[in-house]
Design a protein around this ligand. Sequence first.
Ligand SMILES: *[C@@H]1O[C@H](CO)[C@@H](O)[C@H](O)[C@H]1NC(C)=O
Ligand SMILES: *[C@@H]1O[C@H](CO)[C@@H](O)[C@H](O)[C@H]1NC(C)=O
Ligand SMILES: *[C@@H]1O[C@H](CO)[C@@H](O)[C@H](O)[C@H]1NC(C)=O
Length: 445
Amino acid sequence: MEPNRISTRFVVLLVVGTLIVSTAAEYVRPPPGRVILTEHDKPASHPQQVHLSVVGANHMRVSWITDAKHGHSVVEYGRASGNYTTSATGEHTSYRYYLYSSGKIHHVTIGPLDPDAVYYYRCGMVGDEFTLKTPPAALPIELALTGDLGQTEWTASTLAHVSKTDYDMLLVPGDLAYADTQQPLWDTFGRFVQEHASRRPWMVTEGNHEVEAGMALPGLPGPFVAYTTRWRMPHEESGSTSALYYSFDAAGGAVHVVMLGSYAAFNSTSDPWLVVLLHAPWYNTNAAHAGEGEAMRKAMERLLYEARVDVVFSGHVHAYERFARIYDNEANPCGPVHITIGDGGNREGLAFEEASFGHGRLSVVNATAARWAWHRNDDADSTVRDELWLESLAANGACSGDDVPGRQIPTTAANAVDYSATAAAFSSRLLPNRLEPLQNGWVGE
Ligand SMILES: *[C@@H]1O[C@H](CO)[C@@H](O)[C@H](O)[C@H]1NC(C)=O
Ligand SMILES: *[C@@H]1O[C@H](CO)[C@@H](O)[C@H](O)[C@H]1NC(C)=O
Ligand SMILES: *[C@@H]1O[C@H](CO)[C@@H](O)[C@H](O)[C@H]1NC(C)=O
């Protein structure tokens, strides 16, 4: 296929607010990248689109696709190259989307695995050997974050920058392939990210570009079919009844990551760092997206506040923004820091005039300190443009005690508000992309 050519648009970041953290006002973003369509150039039986996710404390799910229907759902693995001392068998599935039929989608859980260890593995008993490193069982842990990926030249450079410095896990707050119902784009995306997603776990949640809802008629694809079938995340293992939200522990429970799609019921009886990812930001200065996260904010902000969530990461708006600790639209030292990182490199930014491309790093050093850094793509280089140390709210005595409700959130069905109706309303409003330009963008607190 001939790669799509994307027209060029520039934006100068406007700065509002009182504190300016970076020199972003002078930054002129480079033209959007060309879409890269990654073909499969191996036999139909060869595994492709290999990616990893964590399942529980010491297991990982290996997911891949074979065009051939007879591929085995088996992963062989071991601590030395070519010496596969263990194997695991999993399951496979597939889906149809109108005239499109997916390949055979395999999901195999391997483990128990040693923490912070390199393993060599092969999928389906044929094809290439891959190498993975498991996350550490204790702090410190290095979490890389980028949202709104797509499959463009800029996505490629963002991921190259992410890989340049080692990390333990990539967190993606939604908008992966930008397939937008064109199912082969899920396959090109899977191949595009394999180099990275086969090496480190990718923990993702869905954005509006994953909805792909057909008409609500029997036999027609429902929303999120491709996303939930291909990018299976540990929702059952986390006690979630929906593939659209889940949570998991990292670093032996020292960090608890909550992936919200619609609504996540979660529960924390310990004092970990609480990190939440969702797609549409609750706080953002982009007029084109004003209010999109508001219904969800109203429904859930108090819950997150009372749980003493440390950081809320979102995507959707194609810019980088960071807000100081905030709750209910007011500065609050016990509220979460809100960070929008919807700048992975997708093409949709054209519609919104993106402010920059890049990725973020949350290095959780110990129970009280984490360093956040946002790296902007500057051609071949990655430049730190925003950086700060965060103190865990669990460690902040002023945010605990009898006068605040504390961090324990019961996981009960009664607590779980079904947000899917609102999500569906969003999807009808957001697809096709809205075309309002970015009016304000800022970096700072
Ligand atoms: C493969 O690994 C096992 C377990 O570590 C080891 O005992 C064995 O000697 C290795 N075999 C080869 C051929 O290296
Ligand atoms: C946590 O790490 C920070 C930054 O390195 C350090 O200043 C602090 O003393 C550490 N705290 C503990 C409890 O180790
Ligand atoms: C949290 O979940 C655990 C395991 O399901 C449960 O035993 C505990 O009671 C829950 N705590 C709260 C506060 O709901």
